[in-house]
Ligand binder design. Sequence first.
Ligand SMILES: Cc1cc2nc3c(=O)[nH]c(=O)nc-3n(C[C@H](O)[C@H](O)[C@H](O)COP(=O)(O)O)c2cc1C
Length: 205
Amino acid sequence: MTQALEATAPLAIDDATADRLFRTARTVTTFAESEVTDEQLTAVYDLIKWGPTMMNTSPLRMLVVRTPEARQRLVGHMPENNQERVSKAPVTLVLAYDTDFHERLDVLIPHMPGAREMFAGDAEMRAGAARTSALLQAGYLLVGLRAAGLAVGPMNGDYAGIDAEFFAENGWKGFLVVNVSAADGADTTRPRAPRLSFDDAARVV
Ligand SMILES: Cc1cc2nc3c(=O)[nH]c(=O)nc-3n(C[C@H](O)[C@H](O)[C@H](O)COP(=O)(O)O)c2cc1C
């Protein structure tokens, strides 16, 4: 893996942690052979579930693709250039959002009675809200996986096909496919590409 790109001042985490989570962590395309366990994935979810979502709606859902049979079903809905990676990853997550997230709001928003009913009548609004917060949760998840010593390879699939294949019954909407491996032994094929600077990416007013 690559060396740290820069060590900048005032972070509240140590440099080794910053490197592991961001600076030296790469999007991996080849994977370690060791297993990624459900215990690891549970620990990661139990960490990242605390990240903020709109009104605490928590719409992210995950399909853990582990068996050869399930993997083959998923590969059939990946673009050709992504198929081999999904075939070879120790485990692959299909990230989705649940447009029926409002069914869980009595538990998730106890401080706001009626939240469930507020969302119940507007499926379009729910879909937009679910997608926005689930995308954020996906970001937390990628960083959380790295915090557990894992490496990630996010990629796109044919989500209409994936939804029909896996989510016909629960109505989840897939939006990202993530190959997961132990970081130690995983690698990537191309050099790190630059990123925009703060001055390029931000305007301070
Ligand atoms: C939403 C999203 C979609 C992506 N789609 C693909 C993809 O279809 N195929 C692929 O090989 N990589 C895909 N990537 C990986 C990116 O190209 C990679 O994360 C980016 O170039 C940064 O690489 P680095 O982490 O090694 O610096 C995707 C990443 C994200 C976050």
